[in-house]
Ligand binder design. Sequence first.
Ligand code: ADE
Length: 418
Amino acid sequence: MKYDVKNMDLAEQGKLKIEWAEKQMDVLRNIREDFSNKKPLKGTKLAACLHVTAETANLMITLKAGGAEVALTASNPLSTQDDVAASLVKHHEIPVFAVKGEDNKTYYSHIHSALEIKPDITMDDGADLVSMIHSQKQDLLKNILGGTEETTTGVIRLKAMAKDKALKYPIIAVNNAMTKHFFDNRYGTGQSTIDGILRSTNILLAGKNVVVCGYGWCGKGVAMRSHGMGANVIITEVDSIRALEAVMDGYRVMPMAEAARIGDVFITVTGDKTVISLEHIQAMKPGAILCNSGHFNVEIDTDGLKKKAKSSRQIRDFVVEYTLDKGHFIYLLGEGRLINLAAAEGHPAIVMDMSFANQALAALHIKNNHKEMEKIVYDVPEKIDREIALLKLKSMGIHIDTLTEEQSNYLNSWKEGT
Ligand code: ADE
């Protein structure tokens, strides 16, 4: 079996990490049991480009238990947990191509290696598999039944492809499931972003001006958790509705140029480019800390910062100090890549459980329904979404009411009033 991981000696440590995550992934375990019995993915080859974490390992093991042949490559050069990658190879015979800190060239060569499986289904976090297949590996298109996409950024890219009629197979937008973005994006990114900042810097957030750029589901989570730790939260937004929501949630809202002058910590979660420009960086207070939790490392103008800096030094793991003019220094965390995965361990298993339950069931949905699917981006069927929510509640020992017949009739009728 071909693979490329950092060090196979780390496998035992990775095995324990995978087990620890598994214990918190009840819904996925439930699906795994069912998959093991019925093998519904038998004969399916699946290439996945996801963050190589303990949670992803549990998804890969589940897909394999369902009869699929899988290959895994990283969806970011800095997010791989090397011990987990080694354990997947050693204990589960799953080919993994991922090394934490790999350069861009290796990153793309790993994507090529994972595609050697000639997949029937692709599973993306950021649409790099789809993009590589459509641009350089079109010969693979004839086998492909469909794909899934994990994240907002990927869904945006794929919808743009579908709009241009450039998308050559159907995609299910796992990100758009309610049991994904309400929880993973808000509570997962919210907590793990703060975790990454604290692990890398050990700063006190209380009393700091924390600028959160973007008030989507991830931004909401980051703002909520920063506020909870005593920070004065400032939001920057371009969307008027979201900006208004942030105001009414109790945050200060202002343009980036203004926030740049007063922020102590800046966190980008917009999914867009150059949200923090060199001009903004030059206006910042000495000692300002910059980081990103959006999918790609394009939100902060790191190239501009590097070019402008008189000198730089790595001062802690994942912290580089850049000296600008006249002793003006700025700290960049995790090279401007996803700080929650670079310096911490990503979202906790309890939320990834629902995201990856959606992934597993979306893959099965493609296998069973691809003939009726068009070359567009689909949402996860609501039936699957609601089933996952119910299973999650059950695993938490929480029961809820159901509508009585009278209530159900009332909701379906337009005849009753006061
Ligand atoms: N994205 C964010 N957190 C993650 C995790 N723990 N595993 C896989 N993908 C993630």
